[in-house]
Write a protein that binds this ligand. Structure first.
Ligand code: GLA
Length: 396
């Protein structure tokens, strides 16, 4: 290993395992983070979204135990006083559902165990070590990647397998019920079903996912604004309520069901704020098919147009952006021009701006971001050049 090469998540998970538990792991699983290209907050409205899994992973090294205890080492978290190498957690499989005294990170692990047991799968005791290179708190779904990696670790250890969509739904339930976040299924489906070199056109009602090949020369740039996503939980839940109110006002099960005729007939009767929320969902869901088409044709001008419109819709109608993010997206779009697009991605109120741009422009964009952007508290953005990657699975 050359001196300046950083250890991979796989290496760190295995080394952490061996140091903490004194023997080698039996199995290894991994799951990627995700970035959403377009279709924001559409998932819980049963509309379309278009994410891709990215080459930033959570890896779990695992071995069976003879008892019903799950012992976990989180290599990337600060260690407590008397142990080194990361944070530790421990619970019995039968008590997994009781997360009341657990730190947030352990709730994802317990949540997966609880859900898999509820669904009738054999989940024996296990020793687990977790390591990853997903930027935390940046809105790239480090939690979904943890859930999927944990699910695959237990499936490998206990000798059963789940279809990728079922695994994703288990992760969503773990997050909704045990980790306390009312997210949709976008993050888990992306991590579970990613396809290398492809975006995923996702129907969040049927859960059907169509891989869309990305043009060879396109780079997926994920720019972390370093803006704390403080309001995200309360605002996220408020947006959900507003979307539900809009669906109710329009007399449909979900905003997915609103067509042009219904919108022209009843849209005007909605409360003005609720109407704008609905207009974002309906328009962004439609943009997904447009972006799939533009990517397939390698039509960069159409990509620019759709991503710009999506950002404006999040800014003006859904109101989930913040001024510094608007400025960052505009700065990136200005450099890229009609050669690709930039928009905020994820739940909002901070997090990342994504750009799809020709590889040849990556350095230019990086320099412009370095020169032209600082977060409100004076921090520079972090630029990640990512590749669309395969979904979760067992490595060994
Ligand atoms: C978060 C949620 C997802 C989705 C996005 C917004 O990432 O976890 O379910 O709603 O926000 O598109």
């Amino acid at each position: 290993m050359s001196q300046d090469r950083q250890a991979t998540p796989r290496e760190r998970a295995v080394q952490g395992f061996e140091r903490a538990f004194g023997h080698a792991p039996e199995r290894l699983s991994r799951a990627p983070a995700r970035v959403n290209l377009i279709g924001e907050h559409t998932d819980y409205n049963e509309g379309f979204a278009m994410p891709c899994a990215i080459d930033r992973d959570t890896v779990v090294a695992a071995a069976r135990r003879d008892d019903d205890v799950v012992e976990v080492l989180a290599c990337d978290l600060p260690a407590e006083a008397d142990v080194d190498g990361g944070a530790r957690g421990r619970f019995r499989t039968g008590d997994a559902a009781d997360v009341s005294a657990s730190p947030q990170w352990l709730r994802y692990v317990q949540g997966m165990v609880a859900v898999l047991r509820e669904q009738g799968h054999v989940v024996g005791g296990a020793t687990l070590s977790i390591a990853g290179n997903v930027p935390q708190g940046a809105g790239l779904s480090s939690s979904a990647s943890l859930e999927m990696a944990i699910g695959h670790a237990f499936s490998a250890l206990n000798g059963w397998a789940l279809p990728p969509t079922t695994m994703a739904l288990a992760g969503q339930r773990a997050e909704n019920v045990y980790a306390g976040c009312r997210c949709g299924v976008l993050d888990q489906l992306s991590s579970s079903l990613g396809v290398k070199g492809h975006a995923l056109l996702m129907d969040c009602r049927s859960l059907e996912v169509r891989p869309i090949p990305m043009p060879e020369d396109i780079a997926v740039l994920v720019v972390d604004s370093k803006i704390q996503r403080g309001l995200v939980d309360s605002e996220y839940n408020l947006r959900r309520q507003q979307c539900e109110a809009a669906a109710k006002g329009l007399g449909v099960k979900a905003l997915r069901d609103v067509d042009d005729a219904l919108w022209s007939r009843l849209g005007g009767q909605l409360d003005p704020v609720v109407r704008r929320r609905a207009r974002h969902i309906i328009s962004d869901s439609h943009r997904c098919a447009g972006l799939a088409d533009a990517l397939s044709r390698g039509d960069f001008a159409a990509i620019a147009h759709l991503m710009r419109e999506s950002h404006w819709s999040m800014r003006d109608d859904f109101e989930i952006t913040v001024p510094a993010i608007d400025a960052l997206a505009a700065l990136m779009q200005d450099v890229i021009g009609d050669h690709g697009g930039a928009r905020m991605t994820g739940g909002g109120f901070g997090g990342c701006v994504i750009a799809l741009a020709p590889r040849a422009m990556v350095d230019e964009i990086r320099v412009a971001v370095e020169r032209g952007y600082r977060s409100p508290d004076g921090r520079a953005a972090e630029v990640h050049v990512c590749a669309a990657s395969d979904g979760a699975g067992v490595l060994a």
